[in-house]
Design a binder for this molecule. Structure first.
Ligand code: BGC
Length: 544
């Protein structure tokens, strides 16, 4: 029984059969992986509250004469310490995401995520045990490497196991869990902030183990990505994984046809590309060239950061105070809640309106809000009515981000790479997200600080302009990938440009093009079938 209506894109009789109908069980298995978003959201969110706690300042800072609002009973951290504690996570995630790509091609997607959970737990142990910055910082670096593994490879894993009709919605679920992670971090920090013992920071830190255990433990029960097994030439395992995911027997025609499509596509791709790091940058600026896809993925994640969203999540409290809004903490809680509540809209919209439309209209909505905040804040800096308007437009802005760019940027990077370089492409794109996350986090205090930029609400002129770049970027460069299998997306990129990609329809399957080969292959046991290149793409391997 289909659980979700299939997209009618490419609904030719044969083409519609490329995948089995989605069952509830299959759907829930894919959704479980989205839980990894909690690690991402909670880990990046909890430090903001902890660093402001009095006990934490006593424990990790030092006393002395200081003339700033940041000190608690004279205890404070040096600026470099504060910056290091916060930003070291992004350094870890950046390198973790980059390393995770080749590791996922080597030991598998699922195993890499589980390894990420173990590395993350080690980092959490160091943070938990720490009473000085000297131990806290390596702890955050190691936890960051684990989050880097998880954040890059979850997207890859989910995109590869999800049925095409719900792939966008399922990957959006990952963003939903990021927002829940951010919210939980704010709630836990708020609950322990007034405690004056080690529990104040150790409770928020220790809770991270729960996410790692649930994710790592749960993944042990899920199958490896069938596309990974195809890449390794292990077709018996690919068949079994696909059958488990789709809820059909291994010899059902659905499983056989989908497998034939994966194998057909992989063999086709291997004629055009290999899977080394260098291959990620080959192919020039043609729409289907690897270089263009990698630039698209990295730029998309850069643009997601350029929307300015983390200005609100990392520095919202500071910003609202500088523009004279009293209960800035409450406002931050509200924006975090709007973020959580608006994300589910994307589950429906991403399949209905498509990725491209969401990115274009989402950026238009955000840019308008940002320019309005800049205009109001610049024209009436001390007015109460103006403050209220700024809060309202900030919430509308978050609504647009959460329902469009938040999820869609992750969905698209999971879809645009051909299998030989997919793991590395997703890893590079995710590393770009963390890199720009770090850069924006680092420069923002300078934009706001009285001693430097002192921009106040004028900072939104900058975010309005960068968001306008997001509109142009989405319009000219992002193709529509909705309703196509990952293999059909490859063909679509070859045969259309981003602006007419929405109208593109598949006319043949990869399996069709080698149908005779496939039929004879599938008559035998799957392990006997097709010779495909090994991980390094260097040799042909026949399974006997
Ligand atoms: C972004 C994060 C951001 C979060 C907010 C994610 O998609 O990559 O940088 O903090 O959304 O919900």
């Amino acid at each position: 029984m289909p659980f979700w209506p299939s997209s009618n894109r490419g609904a030719g009789v044969q083409l519609g059969r490329v995948e089995a109908p989605v069952t509830v069980r299959g759907y829930l298995m894919c959704v479980f992986a989205a839980f990894g978003g909690i690690l991402f959201g909670y880990d990046s969110g909890y430090i903001n509250g902890v660093i402001g706690m009095s006990y934490f300042k006593h424990e990790f800072g030092h006393s002395g004469w200081v003339n700033n609002d940041d000190a608690s009973d004279g205890y404070f951290y040096e600026t470099w310490q504060k910056s290091l504690i916060v930003s070291i996570l992004s350094a870890g995630t950046f390198f973790g995401a980059l390393a995770a790509g080749p590791i996922a091609d080597w030991i598998g997607r699922r195993t890499t995520i589980i390894a990420g959970c173990i590395v993350f737990s080690l980092g959490v142990a160091l943070q938990f045990a720490s009473t000085t910055v000297a131990l806290l910082v390596p702890g955050r670096l190691i936890a960051g490497i684990g989050v880097g593994f998880v954040s890059a490879i979850i997207i890859l894993y989910m995109s590869e196991i999800a049925p095409k009709a719900v792939r966008g919605a399922i990957v959006s679920g990952y963003q939903f869990f990021i927002t829940i992670g951010l919210l939980l971090a704010a709630v836990v920090d708020n609950a322990t902030q007034n405690q004056f013992d080690k529990g104040a920071y150790r409770i928020p830190i220790a809770i991270q183990w729960v996410w790692a255990v649930v994710l790592g433990g749960g993944l042990l029960l899920l199958p490896e990505s069938p596309r990974y097994w195809v890449k390794k030439g292990q077709l018996a395992k690919a068949t079994k994984a696909l059958a488990t995911l789709r809820g059909h027997p291994v010899d059902s025609s659905y499983v056989r046809e989908e497998l034939a499509e994966l194998v057909g596509n992989y063999r086709y791709e291997l004629k055009h590309t290999q899977s080394s790091w260098l291959d990620c940058f080959r192919g020039g600026w043609t729409p289907s060239g690897n270089l263009r896809r990698v630039v698209l993925g990295m730029a998309l994640q850069m643009m997601q950061q350029w929307t300015g969203v983390n200005f609100i999540f990392y520095y919202g409290t500071t910003f609202f105070k500088t523009v004279g809004i009293q209960n800035a903490f409450l406002i931050s809680m509200i924006t975090t809640a709007v973020n959580v509540c608006s994300t589910p809209i994307s589950f429906w919209a991403i399949e209905k309106a498509g990725r491209r439309a969401l990115l274009i209209y989402g950026a238009v909505g955000m840019a308008i809000c940002e320019f309005l905040i800049a205009i109001i804040g610049t024209a009436a800096p001390d007015s109460r009515a103006a403050s209220l308007c700024m809060i309202v437009f900030t919430c509308i802005y978050i609504f647009f981000f959460a329902s469009t760019w938040g999820p869609a940027a992750w969905v698209v990077i999971g879809e645009i790479f051909p299998l030989p370089i997919r793991a590395k492409g997703v890893a590079l794109s995710t590393a770009s997200n963390w890199f720009w996350n770090f850069i924006i986090g680092f420069i923002t205090p300078y934009l706001l600080d009285e001693k430097y930029g002192n921009l106040k609400a004028k900072v939104f002129w900058i975010w309005g302009c960068t968001c306008t770049c997001c509109v142009l970027f989405a319009y000219f460069l992002v193709p529509e990938t909705r309703g196509l299998s990952l293999e059909q997306i490859d063909k679509m990129l070859e045969e259309s440009s981003p602006r007419n990609s929405t109208k593109w329809m598949p006319t043949a399957t990869f399996a069709d093009s080698s149908i005779l080969e496939r039929d004879s292959a599938l008559k035998d046991s799957p392990a006997k079938t097709v010779g495909v290149r090994d991980d390094e793409g260097s040799e042909q391997k026949e399974k006997v």
